[in-house]
Write a protein that binds this ligand. Structure first.
Ligand SMILES: *[C@@H]1O[C@H](CO)[C@@H](O)[C@H](O)[C@H]1NC(C)=O
Ligand SMILES: *[C@@H]1O[C@H](CO)[C@@H](O)[C@H](O)[C@H]1NC(C)=O
Length: 503
């Protein structure tokens, strides 16, 4: 109304001016006036629109904050070395489950069982606080998003580092598989050394108490040393152990159970990485019942850190401790394996009848402990971390091989200097988008630069997960059933006893 009146007023003014030639100039003039007025009117609407957007934006920010809190918060608050089990299984359950409508095959299993929590990286350099031990919070910094990689300084105390190194030294270190020269390569093509019954017993007896407990056999999985036990061997031993009234095997019992004439280890892990080179010494430390309290504590802390169901962590490989002396290194490699129809995960072999397939390590994530600081060299290198693209062929260019850490360590995208007590953790696999483990993350390629000065001690804690959810579930059922069948025996408490250890 007002506008119309004003317009009329203007019209009158123009009329009063009474200039005959004004018309051609008039219309543009008038239209500008009108435009100004219209935009005045519009600006109110504009204001409303802006306010609506503003509110939507604020709501989005709040939703995002809630989302981040939801994913990271609850675990931080409750999980600690003492209470990790409950906290983590709760955390797993609280995760959103996939909408049933859009899921085809494994709906039931996905909805009734656990999923794999995944920590948010947010962005490179992002720092989040995590509560892993009762009296302290740790800072966890995102180092890269491809692979999703975190650094947690002070994860281990100096004392804990020292204990792990000492335990490894007591256990004795063995040479890592090295295929440095053609002669050695030839050797590695030979059938594996045949182990005596005593040697097999000793290798299986992870806590070296002279008895084989079930968990030692269950948790014994394929390592890069090569498979020295076939699934048949392993099942044979387990069956023997179960028929034994004490539920444990002495060396004497073991002789009856294990048939040494069955040739162990026809398969070579070297097949997969035929050019994989490394030089170092390593050993395996069992972290289950009967092991040193520091080792059990560390395992619980890994559960808290990764927020994975404690059963997964407990059924994973023993801790691998590695020593790199001057010049020792490892070329870039993957800790896990791409899934394909010709391979099967080593750790779930008890649940499968697929001994014909090649066994490969399946490791959802790696937690790498730095047990010493290194004066010079010895960095962990991730040559393609956060690279814009990744192509395997692009790793070798102009005669430069990015996986050759002896030559090209300085060219990698990300290098991490070992600092005693620091832990780095990364996901070897992507998510499958349904709360389970997906494809191998090609960006997780990593190696160890040669040590130039000092000695580097590290430990690897690998969390084994089968990308085939059904197979993993079957495996865990097999283990659980066997635990139940032995109720009244120690086994009943095996998987939980160590969760209530004091620091
Ligand atoms: C084992 O073999 C049987 C029969 O050959 C088959 O029905 C079953 O699905 C197999 N199990 C696995 C885990 O492959
Ligand atoms: C890393 O990214 C660059 C830029 O996209 C690309 O040219 C190069 O080939 C990538 N490297 C690898 C190993 O794929």
């Amino acid at each position: 109304m007002e506008a119309a009146q004003e317009y009329l007023k203007e019209q009158n003014e123009f009329d009063d001016n009474d200039e005959p030639s004004s018309l051609p100039y008039n219309s543009p003039f008038r239209s500008t006036r009108l435009h100004i007025q219209r935009s005045n009117v519009c600006s109110r609407a504009y204001f409303v629109v802006v306010m609506v957007f503003f509110h939507v934006y604020i709501l989005n920010v709040i939703a995002l904050l809630l989302y981040v809190h939801y994913n990271n918060g609850p675990g931080d608050l409750v999980s600690g070395d003492g209470g990790s089990s409950a906290a983590d299984s709760d955390n797993g359950k609280r995760l959103p489950h996939p909408a049933p409508s859009s899921r085809e095959l494994h709906v039931e299993d996905y909805s009734q069982s656990f999923s794999l929590p995944r920590i948010e990286g947010i962005r490179v350099g992002h720092v989040q606080r995590v509560s892993l031990v009762p009296d302290k919070t740790h800072e966890m910094k995102t180092l890269s998003l491809k692979p999703l990689l975190f650094e947690i300084p002070g994860f281990l105390s100096e004392e804990e580092c020292r204990v792990v190194v000492q335990l490894a030294q007591l256990k004795g270190l063995m040479d890592s598989q090295a295929t440095a020269s053609s002669q050695e390569q030839e050797e590695s093509n030979q059938p594996l050394l045949s182990l005596s019954t005593e040697e097999v017993f000793s290798l299986l007896d992870l806590n070296q108490d002279g008895l084989l407990q079930k968990q030692e056999i269950v948790s014994h999985s394929h390592s890069q040393d090569g498979t020295w036990l076939s699934p048949d061997n392993l099942r044979q031993i387990l069956t023997g152990l179960e028929s034994c009234p004490t539920g444990m095997l002495t060396l004497g019992d073991f002789r009856h159970v294990y048939d040494v004439s069955q040739h162990p280890g026809q398969e070579k892990s070297g097949k997969l990485h035929s050019q994989f080179k490394q030089r170092s010494k390593h050993t395996w430390l069992f972290q289950g019942p009967g092991s040193h309290h520091v080792l059990r504590t560390l395992r619980n802390r890994v559960t808290s850190l990764t927020r994975l169901p404690s059963a997964l962590v407990e059924l994973s490989e023993p801790l691998q401790v590695i020593r790199y002396e001057h010049g020792d290194f490892s070329n870039s490699h993957y800790d896990s394996s791409p899934s394909n129809s010709e391979t099967t995960c080593a750790h779930t072999r008890l649940a499968g009848n697929t001994s014909a397939l090649t066994e490969v390590p399946c490791r959802y994530l790696t937690v790498l402990f730095y047990l010493t600081s290194v004066e010079e060299g010895g960095e962990s290198t991730f040559p393609v971390a956060d690279n814009r693209t990744y192509e395997e062929q692009a790793l070798v260019q102009d005669g430069v091989d990015l996986t050759d850490t002896q030559e090209t360590c300085s060219r990698g995208n990300l290098r991490i200097k070992p600092t005693a007590g620091t832990v780095i953790m990364w996901y070897n696999h992507l998510s499958d988008g349904r709360g389970w483990m997906g494809e191998l993350d090609e960006y997780s390629l990593h190696g160890d630069c040669p040590v130039r000065r000092g000695v580097k001690w590290v430990a690897n804690s690998w969390i084994n997960v089968d990308p085939d959810y059904q197979q993993q579930a079957r495996y865990q059922r097999v283990v659980a059933q066997r635990h139940q069948a032995k109720s009244g025996m120690d086994y009943q408490s095996l998987s939980h006893s160590d969760l209530h250890q004091d620091l």
